[in-house]
Design a protein around this ligand. Structure first.
Ligand code: NDP
Ligand code: KPL
Length: 340
């Protein structure tokens, strides 16, 4: 399928150095400061140029590339403009879903014929968006599991890196792109797992996020609550079971046992850590509810499957977003979890 001659991955461009993306910047910069650069414009770019990417209290002075329209007359001066560099061997996307369309345009100058694209985004749609923009032959399917990154302002803290689960949609674990990315992750000490059933695995992560992220957001529940509070578990199960039901209608063989498998994963995370969606709610940011409840509801309508729990969660999360807009994020802040 892929007749382009492949060599080691040496040039990596990352767009979206937040809770998850910044942990890749950290590991890749440790491997070789020259191999990794981030792409950012405007205030994000100014912040990275001024402070670096901050992970576990350390400022990483990673190179910051300027997207199209940003380099020319750039007040900060020392970034690289799109024309300056050859295409990347690997482009990693670490933005939220609602920023993906803009991020795709921002990384476009660094995508060449042999570039591989990997999305760290949750949900089941980012790979299709990348494939539509750049061609399916460039995209590997991927997701993160077991990481507990917490972003405060522009700094990220984590205690568990987690692992990148990835593979080719074809299921070929010997696909040259898979082999190349595996070799890079090995060198950079980034835990990873190659899966032949990556499409099903991606849906499994989607099912997890539909339950865990949304319930955490409406109940302000840190990870420990999923082990300690039976009602939190019940609500999570009910939301995730609706994702299982629509997945099965789409020909993806998730089962009710898959829902049980998500709880041990949460038990391995920082007990006081928070899902990305709870972090968004507390920071007064837009959430990714459209790719979780929104997708379950849409697929439910298509297949005649009732999705009442996700409908309620969607309404509650939309209300939280509007409340933050109307009253300010202070009205929604919590003082953090209390130990039992
Ligand atoms: N946090 C977690 O534990 C996990 C998150 N995920 C998934 O990973 C994805 C990212 O989540 P997370 O890391 O939490 O999100 P964050 O909001 O912490 O990070 C996203 C980063 O991308 C930046 N960004 C957005 N658009 C651009 C752009 N065009 N150019 C450059 N930078 C940009 C944002 O800047 P700004 O803040 O200024 O908008 C922010 O720094 C989501 O899909 C999430 O569901 C998956 C597994 C775990
Ligand atoms: C699994 C979990 C909850 C943490 O890694 C996640 O994917 C998220 O916070 O978005």
């Amino acid at each position: 399928m892929n007749d382009i001659r492949r060599t080691d991955i040496r040039r990596i461009v990352l767009c979206g150095a937040g809770a998850v993306g910044s942990t890749y910047v950290e590991r890749l910069f440790e491997l070789d400061p020259e191999c990794i650069a981030v792409v950012a414009r405007g205030a994000r770019r100014a912040d990275i140029l001024r402070n670096g990417v901050i992970v576990n209290g350390r400022s990483i002075r990673v190179r910051c590339l300027a997207p199209q329209g940003e380099g020319e007359g750039n007040v900060h001066g020392h970034g690289d403009a799109p024309g300056d560099a050859p295409p990347a061997d690997l482009v990693i996307l670490g933005v939220k879903q609602h920023h993906l369309t803009a991020a795709i345009e921002d990384v476009r100058p660094w995508v060449g014929e042999r570039t591989i694209l990997v999305s760290l985004l949750n949900g089941i749609s980012s790979e299709a968006m990348l494939a539509a923009a750049f061609g399916a032959d460039k995209v590997l399917h991927a997701f993160m599991v077991g990481n507990d990154g917490l972003r405060e302002g522009n700094a990220t803290r984590y205690s568990n890196f987690g692992r990148l689960v990835f593979g080719a949609a074809s299921g070929d674990v010997h696909d040259p792109r898979v082999t190349e990315v595996s070799a890079l992750l090995e060198r950079a000490r980034i835990p990873h797992e190659v899966r032949a059933d990556i499409v099903r695995a991606l849906w499994w992560k989607f099912m997890l996020n539909v339950g865990v992220n949304q319930v955490s957001a409406v109940l302000r529940a840190p990870y420990r609550a999923f082990a300690e509070v039976v009602e939190v578990q019940t609500l999570t199960r009910r939301a995730s079971l609706e994702a299982v039901a629509v997945a099965r209608c789409e020909g993806v063989n998730l089962t009710n046992d898959d829902v049980d498998s998500l709880f041990p994963i949460l038990a391995s995370l920082d007990p006081n850590g928070k899902t990305s969606m709870l972090q968004d709610v507390e920071a007064g940011r837009k959430t990714e509810v459209e790719i979780f409840a929104g997708t379950v509801i849409e697929l439910g309508q298509r297949h005649g499957v009732p999705t009442p729990v996700n409908e309620l969660l969607q309404t509650m999360i939309a209300a939280l977003e509007r409340l933050a807009g109307v009253y300010g994020r202070g009205a929604l802040a919590t003082s953090g979890p209390r130990a039992p």
